[in-house]
Design a protein around this ligand. Structure first.
Ligand code: AMP
Length: 437
C-alpha cells in the first residue's frame, strides 16, 4: 500500500497530513498526486468524499513551496475555481489545514459580501486564490485582480459549474490565465461540454478516475419506502423517530419544500433547519455550523445547497423526494459514507416518482431494496412535468429554478471572505469536523 511519505510531498505538507490523522492516501490521492507534482495537466473523475480536495491541494502546496516565488500584487500563483460559496469556503478551510506549516497565503472570494476585504487580500498578491467565477470576473473587470501571472488553475466540481451556467465565465477566465500553465479539472461526471472544455484548455491531460462515476459508494445501505404522496410527511416522521439521534440530511426538490419539511420536523421536536439558495449567507452558515458541531442533528437541503459539502459523520440521507436527474441521487447519497464510514440512504417514493426510481436504478446498475412492498401503480409513473432541462443536471430546475441564473453571477456565487495565512483555521486533528466558514 502506498504511504503518504512515498508520494513526494513537501515535509510541511506531510506534517499537516499526519496531524489530521490520515494514515494512507485514498485511491484518487495515490493516482493524482504524482502527475500533479510533475506539473502535468490532470482530469480527475471522482465524487466528493473520495479525498479529492487533498488530492489537488497537497501537491499544489508542495509545488508552490518548491518554486519559492512571490505573487506580485493583484495576482495569484494558483487559482482554484469552485461552483458555490460553500464549496469555495470549504476548499479554503482545507488549504488552511493542509498548508498550516507552509506559510503560504490564500484567500477565498465569492459574491454577496463586501468587496473591500477581498480587494485588500488581492492587492497584496496571493499564493492561492479560491474563487467562484462571477465575483472573480467582477474583480478582474474592476482591475482589482489579474490572472495573466497565474500558472496553475484548478476547476473543481466542473460538472456543477456547467449546471449553474458558469461555462462562459470559465472559458473567459481560462483565456485570461497566463501560459504556460498547469490546468487541473475535477468532476464527478464527464458530460460532453466538460469534455470539450478539457479538450480546449488542457494539454495532454492524465486522466485519473476512481470508482464508477455513476455508481454510489458501495458502503451505503440503500432502501426505498413506497408511500402515497399524501402520506409522505407522516412516513418521514415515522422514519425519523427511531433515527432521531442520527446525523441526517433530508433532501427535497424545492426550496419551499425544504422549509416545510424543516418546520414539520421542528414541530415534532427535532432540531432541524433548512439550507437553500434563498437563505442568507448568515443563515446558511449558522445552520451548517450547528449541524457540523452536532448541536443540530437534521439538515434539510436542496441539491445545489448541499452538493460538495464535506460534513463528516452523516449517518443517514433521506430523499424526501427523488431528484429529477438520476445523477443527483448519487451526489445526494454521497453525503453519507464519507472517508470510509458506513452510511444509510432511504428514499420515500410516491407513485409518480417510480419512473425516476427506475432511472436511478438504470444509472447505478443497482436494484434498491424495498423496505415495504411496492403497491401497484395506477396512472402515470412519471411526474406530469418532468422538468428536465436541456443540459444534464437540469433536474435542479425543479427545486432550484430561481437559482439557475444561467449567467456568471448566479445566486450560488455569493458570499465571500478575505485573506488568510495558512494555518489559522485549524481543523480538529484526526479528520474531525471542519469549522464553518
Ligand atoms: P473530499 O472528497 O475532498 O471532500 O474529502 C472527503 C473527506 O475525506 C474529508 O473529510 C477529508 O478530511 C477526508 N480525507 C481526505 N483524505 C483522507 C485520507 N487520506 N485519509 C482519511 N481521510 C481523508
Amino acid at each position: 500500500m502506498t504511504k503518504f511519505s512515498e508520494l513526494g510531498l513537501a515535509a510541511p505538507v506531510q506534517k499537516a497530513v499526519a496531524g489530521e490523522g490520515y494514515e494512507t492516501p485514498t485511491p484518487i490521492q495515490v493516482r493524482a498526486i504524482p502527475p500533479l507534482l510533475q506539473g502535468k495537466d490532470v482530469v480527475g473523475i471522482a465524487q466528493t468524499g473520495t479525498g479529492k480536495t487533498a488530492a489537488f491541494v497537497l501537491p499544489i502546496l508542495t509545488r508552490l513551496l518548491e518554486e519559492k516565488k512571490q505573487a506580485p500584487g493583484l495576482s495569484c500563483r494558483c487559482l482554484i475555481l469552485a461552483p458555490t460559496r460553500e464549496l469555495a469556503a470549504q476548499i479554503g478551510e482545507s488549504i488552511a489545514v493542509y498548508g498550516q506549516h507552509t506559510g503560504l497565503s490564500h484567500a477565498v472570494v465569492f459574491g454577496g459580501v463586501k468587496h473591500g476585504p477581498q480587494v485588500r487580500a488581492l492587492a497584496r498578491g496571493l499564493d492561492i486564490l479560491v474563487a467562484t467565477p462571477g465575483r472573480l470576473l467582477d474583480h478582474v473587470a474592476d482591475r482589482k485582480a489579474r490572472l495573466d501571472l497565474t500558472s496553475l488553475v484548478v476547476l473543481d466540481e466542473a460538472d456543477q459549474m456547467l449546471d449553474l451556467g458558469f461555462m462562459p465565465a470559465l472559458r473567459k477566465i481560462l483565456q485570461m490565465v497566463g501560459k504556460p500553465r498547469q490546468t487541473v479539472m475535477f468532476s464527478a461526471t464527464m458530460p460532453p461540454p466538460i469534455r470539450a472544455l478539457a479538450d480546449d484548455f488542457l494539454r495532454d491531460p492524465v486522466t485519473v478516475a476512481v470508482a464508477n462515476q455513476a455508481k454510489p459508494v458501495e458502503r451505503i445501505e440503500q432502501g426505498v419506502m413506497y408511500v402515497g404522496t399524501a402520506e409522505k410527511r407522516q412516513a418521514l416522521i415515522d422514519l425519523m423517530a427511531p433515527e432521531a439521534k442520527k446525523s441526517t440530511i433530508i433532501f427535497t426538490r424545492t426550496k419551499r419544500g425544504a422549509d416545510k419539511v424543516a418546520q414539520l420536523l421542528v414541530e415534532y421536536g427535532h432540531k432541524a433547519a433548512a439550507i437553500h439558495g434563498n437563505k442568507s449567507q448568515n443563515q446558511r452558515e449558522k445552520a451548517l455550523a450547528a449541524f457540523k458541531s452536532g448541536e443540530m442533528r437534521v439538515l434539510v437541503a436542496t441539491d445545489i445547497a448541499a452538493r460538495g459539502l464535506d460534513i463528516d459523520g452523516v449517518e443517514l440521507v433521506v430523499n424526501f423526494e427523488l431528484p429529477n436527474v438520476p445523477e443527483s441521487y448519487v451526489h445526494r447519497i454521497g453525503r453519507t459514507a464519507r472517508a470510509g464510514a458506513q452510511g444509510r440512504a432511504v428514499a420515500l417514493v410516491a407513485p409518480d416518482e417510480r419512473g425516476l426510481l427506475q432511472d436511478i436504478e438504470k444509472l447505478t446498475g443497482l436494484r434498491i431494496k424495498g423496505l415495504n412492498d411496492a403497491p401497484p401503480i395506477s396512472g402515470p409513473t412519471r411526474p406530469v412535468q418532468p422538468q428536465r432541462g436541456p443540459r444534464r443536471g437540469g433536474g435542479h430546475g425543479g427545486g432550484q429554478g430561481g437559482n439557475r441564473q444561467g449567467g456568471q453571477r448566479g445566486q450560488q456565487n455569493s458570499g465571500g471572505g478575505g485573506q488568510k495565512r495558512s494555518g489559522n483555521r485549524r481543523r480538529k486533528p484526526g479528520g474531525g469536523q471542519r469549522q464553518s466558514a
